[in-house]
Design a protein around this ligand. Structure first.
Ligand code: ADP
Length: 591
């Protein structure tokens, strides 16, 4: 803004200077003319007499006198242009003046004014000529007896004018310099903060709100200071908003990426817009290769593709169960989808969330199987009891030996029912206590508990002439619930006896493992278990040898009870077995 201001200023000052010089010139000329005219009139009046008489000698004398009084050169010219008297030169030598412009004007009856270089005195002169009127009785051309001309050198006038002009120009120069300085200061006070503001505003554009416009009120004008303050306030405001937005975005981002559910965002062109970590893992894609690419290239799952596509075209949210993988690695997902609609109501693709429900489905299957198993287990003895009771009712009562046999079978089946229900109740109690953390643990020596187990199994062992040995350091203690632990070990011991041939041997061993854990082992040399059954052996009602188990009065729940008791103690139970060579069940408990 500085150059145009300076230009305007210089133009103004030059204009004013030109006007002033012009005015002083015309003013001084006019004053000189007025003054000269007054003097000429006075002198012309005094010369009128001799002029009328044609007394040239008198005219010359008077001319010299009046020239001194009037401080001007006085010339008298006759109507024919002949110079008759001149205060500064010899009229004889002077040429005819009829055609001098001022003389010609005066001869025509006007006031003649001119300025030029005088040939006579060789100086720049200012001339004023007046006609001297002829007396009414005189001779000569009518009206004009001659011309009286006064002339003064232009030099003093010019000198005065030059002096005035010099002062004007000097003044103008001073004014210009001062004005330029003031303009410079003012424009700097405006433009410097503006430049600073521009720099800072550019930083704001790059989201850098730390730099503020740091200029004092003295460095800028009030309006600009107000603007700077408003900008600073705006920056602070924007900064706060940006921080809020960023932190909210980060929070959302964190939630999005740490979600267990797989989330897919598809745009209207069926390109993948976003995938969270879980989705990347599930679909087996890398972020940089998946995002922004068409869904068909990334999602290699026809059912999911179909569902997502439906969602991009659908009006309402929907859900569907989708299965990934097959066999043992099969995973079930509950896919919930919703079309994405922007604030203007335009369709923008779809959002699909995949929730892993594999565990849920597995639990449902387990529950279904359990109910079926329980029903099946209960049905066999109930059917048997019912059948024999009906047989008795139908007339077997007359055959006491049959009735006795049937009642024996009924009792056996009732005992079986009782055992199953007892085991089921025990299992559910343990599960419930385990869930509610109501199992009371106490630090107790292990050996007496194991001895109790041996005692309760002694009868059965004796029946099959099986020798049980116990090997446990007496000082070994353990945080446990003795009643439950005894039940678990007894179950293992009873199984070992049950599945051992008569006269076999069962060992119960306890001690500390390498990691400080307490290990309880029940080893038999019985029938053993085929390896394919081992993974599912601890499931409810799972039997490796159904016929043998039933025959031996097993419920199929013994090992499930063991597993839950051990779990309630924070431990694990495992089995190693070889068909025909015996089995080793190991309970491992934290020491
Ligand atoms: P059950 O009441 O039928 O014995 P369990 O849950 O105690 O039920 O055992 C499950 C199955 O594991 C049994 O049916 C049996 O086939 C097998 N099993 C358990 N312990 C032994 C063992 N010591 N030797 C051989 N097989 C065993």
């Amino acid at each position: 803004m500085f150059p145009p201001l300076v230009l305007v200023m210089i133009a103004t000052v030059v204009g004013v200077t030109a006007f002033a010089t012009r005015y002083t010139y015309t003013f001084s000329i006019a004053r000189t003319e007025d003054d000269l005219r007054a003097r000429t009139q006075l002198i012309a009046a005094q010369l009128a007499g001799p002029l009328a008489k044609g007394d040239e000698a008198a005219l010359r004398r008077l001319c010299r006198v009046l020239s001194q009084e009037g401080e001007a050169r006085v010339t008298v010219i006759m109507p024919d242009g002949r110079v008759v008297a001149d205060s500064m030169a010899d009229p004889e030598r002077m040429e005819n003046h009829a055609h001098r412009p001022e003389v010609a004007a005066a001869l025509a009856g006007r006031v003649g004014v001119a300025s030029r270089l005088s040939k006579t005195v060789a100086r720049e002169m200012f001339y004023l000529a007046l006609p001297a009127p002829r007396p009414v009785t005189g001779s000569g051309p009518p009206g004009v007896a001659g011309v009286v001309r006064l002339s003064i050198p232009m030099t003093p006038v010019a000198r005065i004018l030059a002096d005035i002009w010099r002062r004007i120009v000097l003044g103008a120069l001073v004014v210009v310099i001062l004005a330029v300085l003031v303009t410079l200061l003012v424009s700097r006070r405006i433009s410097r903060p503006l430049e600073e503001m521009q720099r800072v505003a550019e930083r704001f554009g790059q989201h850098d709100f730390k730099r503020k416009i740091a200029m004092s009120g003295r460095e800028m004008s009030r309006e600009v200071a107000g603007l700077a303050e408003a900008l600073n306030r705006m920056a602070q405001d924007l900064n706060e908003r940006m921080e809020t937005v960023t932190s909210q975005k980060n929070e959302l981002e964190a939630v999005f990426s740490s979600m267990v559910e797989a989330v897919l965002v598809i745009d209207a062109e069926e390109r993948i817009e976003r995938l969270n970590e879980a989705a990347l893992k599930l679909l087996g894609v890398q972020a940089q290769r998946g995002i922004g690419r068409p869904m068909v290239e990334t999602v290699r799952h026809a059912e999911l593709m179909k569902f997502v596509r439906e969602m991009t075209r659908s009006e309402t949210p929907a859900a569907k169960e989708i299965v990934f993988g097959d066999g043992a690695g099969q995973r079930h997902f509950q896919a919930s989808g919703a079309p994405l609609v922007d604030s203007q109501g335009r369709r923008g693709g779809a959002l699909v969330v995949l929730n892993d429900v594999t565990r849920l489905r597995r639990l449902e299957t387990i529950r279904r199987e359990f109910v079926a198993n329980v029903s099946h287990e209960l049905k066999t003895p109930i059917t048997a009891i019912k059948g024999f009771v009906e047989t008795i009712c139908d007339g077997a009562a007359g055959r006491p030996e049959d009735v006795e046999r049937f009642l024996g079978i009924i009792l056996k089946q009732a005992n079986r029912l009782h055992a199953i229900v007892d085991d089921l109740l025990a299992l559910s109690r343990i599960e419930r206590d385990e869930e509610q953390k109501e199992i009371e643990l106490q630090v107790a020596p292990l050996k007496p508990s194991l001895q109790n187990c041996l005692d309760s199994a002694a009868m059965r062992a004796k029946e099959k002439e099986i020798a049980i040995t116990l090997n446990c350091p007496p000082e070994l203690t353990l945080s446990m619930n003795p009643r439950l632990m005894e039940q678990a070990v007894t179950n293992l011991l009873v199984n070992a006896i049950k599945y051992s041939p008569a006269g076999g041997e069962v060992q119960v061993k306890a001690g500390r493992g390498a990691g400080g854990e307490v290990l309880i082992q029940v080893r038999d040399v019985g029938c053993g278990i085929a390896s394919e059954h081992l993974p599912r052996l601890f499931e409810r009602f799972y039997r490796s040898d159904k016929a043998r188990s039933r025959k031996l009065g097993g419920t199929g729940l013994g090992l499930a009870i063991v597993k839950h008791i051990v779990q309630a103690h924070g431990g694990t139970v495992g089995v190693e077995s070889e068909l025909g060579r015996g089995s080793v069940f190991t309970i491992s408990l934290p020491g």
